[in-house]
Design a protein around this ligand. Structure first.
Ligand SMILES: [Zn+2]
Ligand SMILES: [Zn+2]
Length: 147
């Protein structure tokens, strides 16, 4: 969110730029609040369904809000299921490891500084400067294994 706010210096040209920015921010905030409340990943269309009563009825509104949230790492996109989940970490630095349960769909997020360090070293050797890293691991959670 801070990154988007910094960029909005450009929006100073528009006469009603402030209002538009506030409205966009609140869409993103509502999407984030929903994802935080449900805890499990949701697709853009499920989010749209959930927020329809809230006055959000265009898929592009949801996609734009999700783009902003993913860019600031408030939300992570799960590539293999094309769903979105709220970040559980205080500040999301280093690689995220998303453990996706094939049984119940629950997602947990872990991070490891050591792993981030190792990955960084690995990629520097390949002359590559990594910006973000999200690692998805599929498997079964403890509850599903017990059931
Ligand atoms: Zn995260
Ligand atoms: Zn499970």
């Amino acid at each position: 969110m801070t990154r988007a706010a910094n960029k909005s210096g450009v929006a100073g040209h528009e006469p009603s730029g402030g209002d538009a920015a506030a409205r966009k921010a609140s869409h993103a905030e509502r999407v984030l609040a929903l994802l935080k409340a449900c805890g499990t990943p949701r697709t853009a269309y499920q989010i749209l369904d959930d927020l329809r009563d809230d006055g959000i009825n265009a898929p592009t509104t949801v996609y734009r809000a999700l783009d902003r949230l993913v860019a600031t790492k408030a939300v992570h996109r799960i590539e293999t299921t094309n769903a979105y989940v709220a970040c559980r970490r205080e500040s999301c630095r280093g690689p995220s490891v998303l453990a996706v349960c094939d049984g119940c769909g629950a997602v947990t997020e872990q991070s490891s500084e050591e792993m981030g360090f190792d990955l960084g070293a690995l990629l520097r050797r390949a002359d590559f400067d990594p910006a973000t890293a999200t690692i998805e691991i599929r498997g079964r959670c403890g509850a599903c294994r017990a059931g």
